[in-house]
Write a new protein. Structure first.
Length: 272
């Protein structure tokens, strides 16, 4: 988006092209389907399977037609702070109360875990899956971003970021896209690292606790409005959301669909 030549569109993912169309097309109005309820958050994999964290702290998987498939009931590990479905065959759940990271298979059955304590991580504020199925974690005790194996081995780590940045950070979300690791800190902005854990730069987009990257565009909600920010030109724009939403809290664009969580539930729209 924002100055990309049409000749370059062939190399963009379908989701990015659909998102660009939101700049010039009227937003969809009628959802394909909706999941009413006071949901906490959701995630969507690249197959358009939808994973919903309910108000009862239960993870429910729905197929692309909105039909419920599998459920992961959680009654012993505390609240779930993050769901990462970048690999739909290995789903990550983060339980900050117990500093536990659980892995589930496609049927939401337990498939493994990451031992944060064995890796020497004692106060982790955010985690996210790496492209090689290892784990990125931010250790608030050492002020470092670390990449670990399931057995607790630290593969890569950043420098002490409190020294490099001159202040401490408290990221609430981590994800890896396009050979870049993104840390969302509402107070500091969005910090970018390479795949070896080396700090690159900070985007001064404050107040953001959740975002999505498609191609060169970063998408996020700001005061209930959907915004895009181009990672190359460093310019931003507003995009139109469907009418009738009630305080949107989370948005995802996957292939030809727009997913929105608001106070009424999750609504799924088709993008033209």
């Amino acid at each position: 988006m924002h100055g990309l030549l049409a000749i370059n569109l062939w190399c963009l993912p379908a989701s990015a092209i659909r998102a660009q169309s939101m700049l010039k097309s009227p937003p969809p109005q009628e959802p394909l389907f909706a999941l009413p309820g006071k949901h906490k958050l959701f995630a969507v994999d690249n197959l358009q399977n939808l994973y919903v964290l309910s108000s009862q702290n239960e993870v429910v998987k729905y197929n692309p037609d909105g039909q419920q498939q599998f459920t992961y009931p959680n009654s012993t590990l505390g609240s779930i702070a993050a769901i990462d479905v970048s690999n739909p065959l290995l789903i990550m759940l983060f339980f900050p109360d117990y500093q536990n990271v659980l892995l589930l298979d496609r049927t939401l059955s337990a498939a493994g875990q990451f031992n944060l304590f064995r890796a020497g991580l004692l106060q982790v504020s955010a985690v996210g899956m790496a492209s090689d199925n290892r784990l990125w974690a931010y250790d608030a005790t050492t002020f470092q971003l670390k990449k670990i194996d399931q057995d607790g081995q630290v593969r890569f780590e950043s420098t002490d970021l409190s020294l490099e940045l001159g202040r401490s950070i408290r990221p609430v979300r981590i994800f890896e896209r396009n050979q870049t690791v993104f840390l969302c800190d509402p107070n500091e902005g969005i910090l970018l690292f390479d795949v070896f854990g080396r700090y690159v730069k900070t985007l001064g987009l404050k107040g953001i606790s959740d975002c999505q990257v498609l191609g060169d565009e970063l998408y996020f909600l700001e005061k209930g409005l959907l915004k895009s920010f181009n990672l190359q030109s460093l310019t931003g724009r507003s995009l139109k959301l469907p009418e009738g939403l009630h305080n949107p809290k989370q948005v995802r664009i996957v292939s030809d669909r727009l997913y929105v969580l608001d106070e009424e539930g999750i609504k799924v729209f088709r993008l033209e």
